[in-house]
Design a protein around this ligand. Structure first.
Ligand code: ADP
Ligand code: MG
Length: 248
């Protein structure tokens, strides 16, 4: 399978703290890659680098054949090709659900209001949220807000979807509905990178799993390889701790 995204030898430091240490990963088109690792291992920083929210110390990021880490690249043009959703609900509170979703299609893609709203309503209908179109975000449950945030991220038809701990602020019932939405997007062929603590979900959705430890890729493999036949002591310890905590 050809790569949609290639990360090559990236390094990132915050001051003296080397947070990503020579990380290289290929992300095949139409695949789901799940990044696992302890808190502080560098998952969010890695995803922020993909979205050009962090400046790289070293290395390259190639998206669909183009070096998006090159000096002088148009950051907005790159970001328009990447949808991202993070842990905190990041909907605009003063805009309705519909206006949240149509904002980027109208401003960035210059779609007409009617066209953008038609598309937004199609997405909301498909994912069971049509009746929320005119609500403000604070009237929705956390799970509904996060589903709207994901719908907003895909409304511009991005090449790549980054999901960083999108369920970690939610309780279990709400988590399930968000994970269902993500699974549906995967079955439609969306290429995604997911950082999650939901190991059951990771096993189910991942084509590839990347284990990050202290800013390095220690192991990569299929869910079976990573969860059932871990090789490195670091991954064994990580999985052992999850097991003990009843989270695996
Ligand atoms: P994870 O998402 O796996 O929990 P992060 O990428 O958030 O890990 O953090 C990795 C390391 O980078 C941590 O040591 C964290 O303190 C540090 N870090 C992250 N963002 C910043 C920042 N903006 N400034 C300084 N240090 C940061
Ligand atoms: Mg994080």
């Amino acid at each position: 399978m050809s790569s949609l995204l290639e990360i090559k030898n990236i390094r990132k430091s915050f001051g003296a703290n080397l947070v990503l240490d020579n990380v290289s990963i290929d992300f095949p088109a139409q695949s789901a890659t799940v990044i696992i690792g302890a808190s502080g291992s560098g998952k969010s920083t890695l995803m922020r680098c993909m979205n050009l929210l962090e400046e790289l110390g070293d290395g390259q990021i190639i998206l669909d054949g183009a070096d998006i880490s090159a000096y002088g690249i148009e950051i907005d043009t790159v970001r328009a090709q990447i949808g991202s959703v993070f842990q905190a609900f990041n909907l605009f509170p003063h805009l309705s659900v519909l206006d949240n979703i149509t904002l980027a299609p109208r401003l960035v893609q210059k779609k007409k209001k009617d066209e953008a709203e038609k598309l937004a309503l199609e997405l909301l209908t498909r994912f069971g949220l049509a009746d929320k179109a005119n609500e403000f975000p604070n009237l929705l449950s956390g799970g509904q807000q996060q589903r709207v945030a994901i719908i907003r991220a895909v409304a511009t038809n991005p090449k790549l979807l980054l999901l960083d701990e999108v369920t970690s602020a939610l309780d279990p019932v709400l988590i399930a509905e968000v994970l269902t939405l993500i699974s549906e997007l995967k079955s439609e062929g969306m290429t995604m990178v997911i950082a999650t603590h939901e190991m059951g979900f990771a096993k189910k959705i991942a084509d590839n799993v990347i284990f990050l430890h202290e800013g390095r890729v220690h192991e990569t493999g299929t869910p079976n390889q990573i969860f059932d036949a871990p090789q490195s002591p670091e991954l064994k310890a990580f999985l052992g701790a999850l097991h003990q905590a009843g989270r695996l």
